[in-house]
Design a protein around this ligand. Structure first.
Ligand SMILES: Nc1ncnc2c1ncn2[C@@H]1O[C@H](COP(=O)(O)OP(=O)(O)OP(=O)(O)O)[C@@H](O)[C@H]1O
Ligand SMILES: [Mg+2]
Length: 389
């Protein structure tokens, strides 16, 4: 559950009511390295917020500062409206799930999960009850007597989760918890993790560099770049309305038209982004070009991926666009035959978005983009729902 709050462009709310975590001017230097460079962020109660960004962009450092394992060089951290900037980790109502799970190898699954409750001197009957409940929630009832070494990677991951959940923290911090799992298991765990979060109503701050994972699970995504938040918004906003070239390129295929190509094809100046799945491709002369934008070009590369095919097209106007087509009636040999062919690309003008090099503030960015987005995304299979505020 996410409370309704008016968020500004930087993802900040005006009051502290309903805010689980508040970061202001957060900065961290390691010697001459600026790992985190002025982060402002409000995470709402019960929200699933993802920090998404490339390696080295500062995600883990932000998480470690929220948990108290690292002290900021500057700035302030509030949890539930209380300034905890200088408090030690044990004095903060947060739990962390690390990428390597950090289970105690010599203890059973039951004892691993129980550990936090023992430290807090919760009495025995209550401990039993809560461990059983946590193991059941991650579907590991019956595994209590095993050692971590007797479990699969996915099961270990769930023990780590149960061990954090059993303490019923207000906030759970997860640093790439699914990174070690194979693709199938990762996709299963994404769904499970999301439904557990919905059930327990704990605020999740989830770190990943996998854009698909971020789009699948999050209420909102904060896109990190060089220690700063470059854009924050719902998955649909970040994907469909990237505000900078970096976001357009990192969350999906960037597909930019700029300079002469933009002037010739779109009749406009600036840098414009069109997502590959919004672009249709047809042999020259066979395209429906009435009422849509279109551009001729030559297929430079064809990448067959089973369910879809990516066509990389050199436009006559200069520049390059990728078009993603479902393989409804085509086989791999059909699509490969397109290499070198002259084709016509077409798309609806509504799917062109101007991207800048910096975040462009508007008075109410959520309201501005939610309505048309919601309508656009209706019935689009596989597109995450517009979550967030
Ligand atoms: N203890 C440290 N001492 C020195 N530099 C550090 C330390 N921890 C992190 N850094 C540097 O700070 C920057 C941010 O690191 P951080 O671990 O936060 O990135 P990240 O976004 O989590 O990356 P990844 O996706 O690879 O985990 C990097 O340049 C890193 O080398
Ligand atoms: Mg990291």
């Amino acid at each position: 559950m996410v409370v309704n709050a008016a968020l500004d462009d930087a993802g900040r709310v005006s009051t502290s009511a309903g805010v689980a975590i508040r970061l202001r001017g957060l900065r961290k230097e390691f010697g001459s390295v600026v790992a985190v460079d002025g982060v402002d962020l409000d995470v709402l109660d019960g929200e699933f917020l993802t920090l998404l960004g490339p390696s080295g962009s500062g995600k883990t450092t932000v998480l470690r500062m929220i948990a108290g394992f690292e002290l900021p060089s500057a700035g302030r951290i509030e949890l539930g409206g209380v300034d905890v900037t200088n408090r030690p980790p044990f004095d903060r109502d947060v739990n962390t799930v690390f990428q390597d799970y950090a289970l105690f190898p010599h203890m059973s699954v039951h004892d691993n999960v129980e550990y936090g409750l023992r430290v807090r001197r919760v009495e025995r009957v209550e401990r039993r009850r809560r461990v059983a409940e946590a193991l059941e929630r991650v579907r590991l009832d019956g595994y209590g007597d095993r050692r971590p070494s007797e479990l699969s990677g996915g099961q270990r991951q769930r023990v780590a989760l149960a061990r954090a959940l059993v303490n019923r923290p207000k906030v759970l911090l997860l640093d790439e918890p699914l990174g070690a799992l194979d693709l199938k298991l990762r996709e299963q765990m994404q769904v499970e993790l999301k439904s557990i979060q919905r059930d327990v109503g704990i605020t999740f701050v989830f770190v990943t560099h996998d854009q698909q994972e971020a789009l699948t699970m999050s209420d909102r995504i904060a896109v990190f770049h060089a220690g700063q938040i470059e854009q924050i918004g719902s998955p649909a906003q970040v994907y469909e309305r990237p505000q900078t070239e970096f976001v357009a390129g990192f969350v999906g295929t960037s597909n930019l038209l700029a300079g002469d190509a933009a002037r010739t094809v779109l009749g406009r100046d600036g840098t414009w982004s069109i997502r590959p799945e919004k672009i249709s491709l047809a042999e020259l002369g066979h395209a429906q070009t009435v009422g849509v934008r279109s551009a001729p070009g030559v297929v430079r590369e064809v990448v067959y991926v089973g369910d879809v095919t990516r066509f990389v097209v050199d436009l006559d106007a200069g520049g390059q666009l990728v078009a993603l087509q479902q393989n409804l009636n085509t086989s791999s040999s059909d699509v490969v035959a397109f290499r070198g062919k002259r084709v016509e690309l077409s798309w609806r003008a509504v799917h062109e978005f101007e991207v800048g090099s910096a975040v462009v503030p508007t008075s109410d960015p959520l309201a501005a983009s939610r309505e048309p987005l919601a309508a656009e995304l209706q019935g689009t299979p596989g597109t995450p729902p517009a979550g967030g505020a």
